[in-house]
Design a protein around this ligand. Structure first.
Ligand code: RNT
Ligand code: ZN
Length: 426
């Protein structure tokens, strides 16, 4: 068991950190205020290895994504998944949202195909979200379905298949609209399709041409931005689409730039393995005023490892804060690991994300900019290095205390408890 810090200890550490940051010209209270007001959208699919609740008669393919591992206690229905999500939400301070995929529809055992799902199939989720005080986000599901088995959905050569998926996406945007109306703020809808080929398709333009037409048809149904916002997510490659992905970065950049209502979704794991996304922010946000992020961690060929507090994450949040893009950015998480306790995965990834944001908010940016302007680049480098050791963790602990969430390592005690008494007893 880890020692639980007393309130006095947490406050004392915070007061000393506050002074240190004040010396740097940084107001910790202002940073805490912004941190508390910045929602992070937790993705339901970490809780059940992206399975969802559908039953299929025939085998369905992964659609380029796959959660590996078989850690005990995987949630296999809505009640379990909600219970696990509640356990995770309790260990995360601040404003949270919850992100659903279409395959998490609850249809009372009836087979309802994806082009027929309706808001009522998400009634339980909406009631639960209201009770939890979280707003919902939504995603059409273009994978794990017989009509996705040959690797193409919205860009399929067969019009019947394309039309099925167009109907699916339209149904999803209506569900999201209902969610947005119910919660009084826009439901963020992310559109990601797995379409692509393993090896050297000769026609690389045809599917993209069809994809333009399919999306144009989908987005021709205008829904008030008060209720939903749409993002389109690119990818470089996936399992089984190593050579060619229809929805590539260039494709979606061009598509979203020519459709003012659309956001770009940047997933941190969707680029070349050594390519990071932080520098894209200061370019894209000169042209777009809204952005959707999938906070993730690519490791070699996998794009969805549990997020941790690394340089990529810190650089990303620095850019969001430095460019003033934070209020224009929707922060959603996207990772899945079935080989470890799934509640732990959620909490580790979310807390790491918040810590990276907090560090960015605690930066004495004006001083750094002045050094840069004056050509004092060694001084700038020195300050950036010193800041890595600044006592930001004491500020995060104080945030947890104010939010009545377990502080520091103490949350691991709660995780062990849930793992032994709930997950492993299933
Ligand atoms: C897949 C995309 C996509 C999915 C989720 C489940 O590579 O990142 O966002 O992870 O929609
Ligand atoms: Zn993603």
């Amino acid at each position: 068991m880890f020692k639980v810090l007393t309130t006095a200890e947490i406050k004392q550490r915070y007061e000393s950190a506050k002074k240190e940051f004040a010396n740097l010209g940084v107001d910790t209270e202002a940073a805490l205020k912004t941190l508390a007001a910045t929602p992070i959208s937790l993705h339901c699919w970490q809780g059940d290895d992206v399975h969802g609740f559908e039953v299929h008669d025939e085998a369905v393919s992964g659609g380029g994504i796959m959660s590996t591992g078989n850690y005990p206690g995987c949630a296999c229905n809505g009640d379990m998944l909600r219970k696990d999500a509640e356990a995770a939400l309790k260990l995360i301070p601040g404003l949270k949202r919850f992100n659903l995929h279409a395959i998490y529809a609850e249809t009372d055992g009836k087979v309802v195909d994806r082009d027929e799902i309706e808001p009522r199939h998400f009634d339980k989720w909406m009631k639960w979200a209201k009770k939890q005080g979280v707003s919902l986000d939504f995603n059409p599901t273009f994978f794990a379905h017989p009509l996705a088995n040959d690797g193409y959905t919205l860009s399929h050569a067969d019009k019947k298949v394309r039309d099925f998926w167009i109907r699916h996406d339209k149904a999803c945007r209506k569900i999201a609209e209902a969610m947005g109306k119910a919660q009084g703020n826009p439901c963020i809808v992310n559109h990601w399709i797995p379409d692509g080929a393993k090896d050297q398709p000769v026609d690389r333009m045809g599917p993209r041409k069809r994809l333009i037409a399919a999306y144009d048809e989908i987005f021709s149904e205008k829904i008030s931005p008060k209720y939903i916002r749409d993002g389109v997510e690119s990818k470089l490659f996936g399992i089984g689409s190593e050579d060619y992905v229809v929805g590539s970065h260039e494709f979606y950049m061009a598509y979203a730039m020519t459709r003012p209502d659309l956001m770009i979704t940047f997933d941190m794991g969707h680029f070349h393995p050594t390519e990071t996304i932080h520098d894209k922010i200061a370019a894209l946000m000169l042209f777009k005023n809204e952005l959707l992020l999938h906070v993730s961690r690519g490791v070699r060929w996998d794009s969805d490892h549990v997020v941790n507090f690394n340089d990529d994450l810190r650089n990303l949040f620095q850019q969001l804060v430095r460019t003033g893009s934070l209020p224009k950015t929707h922060i959603a998480l996207d990772f899945f690991d079935g080989s470890i306790n799934r509640i732990g995965a959620w909490v580790v990834g979310t807390r790491a994300t918040q810590k990276a944001l907090l560090c960015a908010l605690l930066e004495p940016t004006k001083t750094l900019l002045k050094y840069e302007k004056d050509g004092d680049n060694a001084m700038k480098l020195a300050l950036l290095e010193e800041l890595k050791g600044a006592p930001w963790e004491a500020v995060y602990d104080e945030f947890c205390r104010r939010e009545k969430v377990a502080v520091g390592t103490a949350w691991i005690n709660d995780l062990v408890d849930y793992d032994r008494n709930v997950a492993k007893k299933r």
